[in-house]
Design a protein around this ligand. Structure first.
Ligand code: BGP
Length: 492
């Protein structure tokens, strides 16, 4: 009882949550640098009434923890050794776009940024961990948003292509798997971060987020579909030995009708469509779903794809579908849907008794990952890659300089067992499991340090204090056994 030979075991992080050094070696701010967590409703922006543009204006009373994060920029070599120490054969991180093209619209890249990732990928390969690299993990350069309005502007496609062509050429042979945009299907819930969209002539300058229109978002959708297809094409041409995938937040795949009321069944399907399939279908099947026409009509959206664009999207589908899964949800027609980074929240599922400890308290649904794998495989027949699954806990180091994180061990173990069942019993082609946040990083959603996912603890706190020293939690050795035995330790 083990996983298929060559199964990829490891963990995943993102540049903006791990590296810090937000203005070092030529880097300029990216979109997450002006937020205390991507759920924040108050971006550090001010409207300049003369130039009619937004400018960065950080709130001096707020702690922007991502600016220093956990100092990965200076400590990645030791951290990667700790990751390899767990028997990882792969490791996922992102490239901060702004290290390579600080403002995003330069013609020539920043050599210091390129060199940094050269060294990082060499270190991973030397340690036996195949780099799995996200091209953009909520890291659109801020200048592209304040100057151009972000992805709603078709100019972004050219800037992006200059960026990705530079990467495919430079890192050819070093990267095993490329992923295009992290959780880009969340762009309607989080347009600024996941879609990099901001209206540059706002109705209410004091409310930058509230001003972004549905039309802006659909324009961004259009441009991102074209950019994704062009990226797949470029990758196949420039770095044919690697594979390229899209990256979806797939928790919404596991949207269960709250009961058998046909309206709830239909509503659950509609939730899946509006949250994942509307984007995964073009990326994986090369089609723009027909039901979108109804939505565009209802919302009075002007959007049309040229024949040439449709052909491009059709011919350049991804090699694999990677995704995050944290938890499932229900659909109930009488309850409003709420969102956070782990997925959608609706009416509580009475069958899920197992809950993560408060304050986040997510309902644990390990079978949901098996369900998600099955739905996605039936629909796309593509290799699937779990590149995020994990649990954030509020943890304090004990007198033995460790943390007994039994709940994490339980959570991860149950999910991995269901991944195995999907592969062995259901025949799903799943190429790997990467745990989200194998080392504590800044939370994407709330911008805190307090929400810790790591097998490795980092001494840093919400108020910005801490020595940044690393310590191993109990789960470190547990996950090491799982990875080194190719899952056998868990399945026996
Ligand atoms: C995903 C993001 C990650 C990550 C994770 C956990 O949505 O891709 O960047 O952080 O969620 O979310 P959080 O940090 O908000 O708990």
């Amino acid at each position: 009882m083990s996983f298929p030979k060559g199964f990829l075991w490891g963990g995943a992080i993102a540049a903006n949550q791990y590296e810090g050094a937000w203005l070092e070696d030529g880097k300029a701010p990216n979109v997450t640098d002006i937020l205390v967590g991507i759920q924040s409703k108050e971006p550090g922006l001010a409207w300049n009434y003369d130039t009619k543009k937004y400018e960065m204006k950080l709130d001096p009373n707020k702690a922007y923890l991502s600016h220093e994060a956990v100092d990965g920029y200076h400590r990645y070599k030791e951290d990667l050794k700790l990751m390899a120490g767990m028997g990882f054969n792969s490791f996922r991180t992102s490239i901060a776009w702004g290290r390579i093209f600080p403002n995003g619209d330069e013609k020539e890249p920043n050599e210091a940024g390129l060199k940094f990732y050269d060294d990082m990928f060499d270190t991973m390969n030397e340690l036996g961990m195949a780099p799995v690299i996200t091209l953009s993990h909520y890291e659109t350069p801020l200048h592209l948003i304040t100057e151009y309005g972000g992805w709603s502007n078709a100019k972004l496609i050219d800037f992006w292509m200059n960026y990705v062509n530079t990467l495919f050429t430079r890192y050819k042979g070093k990267v095993k798997v490329w992923l295009t945009f992290n959780e880009v299907n969340a762009m309607f819930r989080m347009p600024l971060v996941a879609g990099g969209v901001l209206t540059i002539n706002p109705k209410d300058p004091e409310d930058p987020l509230g001003s972004t229109t549905e039309q802006d978002k659909w324009d961004a959708y259009h441009n991102i579909l074209v950019a994704n297809a062009l990226t797949v094409k470029a990758c196949h041409e420039l770095d044919p030995e690697s594979q390229i995938g899209c990256m979806m937040t797939a928790s919404s795949t596991a949207t269960y009708p709250y009961d058998c009321d046909p309206e709830n069944v239909m509503g659950a399907l509609d939730t899946q469509r509006r949250n994942i399939f509307y984007m995964a279908d073009p990326f994986c099947l090369g089609i723009v779903p027909t039901y979108l026409k109804k939505i565009w009509k209802e919302d009075n959206i002007q959007i049309s794809f040229t024949d040439e664009e449709l052909k491009l999207i059709k011919e350049n589908t991804v090699d694999l579908l990677s995704f995050s899964y944290y938890r499932s949800t229900t659909y109930d027609k009488n309850t409003n849907l709420k969102v956070d980074t782990g997925g959608i929240v609706c009416k509580e599922n009475p069958f899920l008794k197992d809950k993560a400890p408060k304050p986040w308290g997510w309902a644990v649904d390990p079978m949901g990952i098996r369900y998600t794998l099955n739905v996605l495989y039936d629909r796309y027949h593509l290799p699937l890659f779990i590149v995020e699954n994990g649990v954030g806990l509020d943890e304090n180091i004990d007198e033995n300089n460790t943390i007994e994180d039994d709940f994490r061990i339980h959570y991860v173990g149950e999910h991995i067992k269901n991944v195995h069942a999907a592969i062995e019993e259901d025949g799903v082609d799943c190429m790997g499991y990467l745990y989200w946040g194998p080392i504590d990083v800044v939370s994407a959603g709330t911008g805190e340090m307090k929400k810790r996912y790591g097998f490795v603890y980092v001494d840093r706190f919400n108020d910005g204090t801490g020595t940044l020293e690393r310590a191993l939690k109990k789960s470190y050795n547990w996950y090491k056994e799982v990875c080194e035995s190719n899952g056998e330790s868990l399945l026996k």
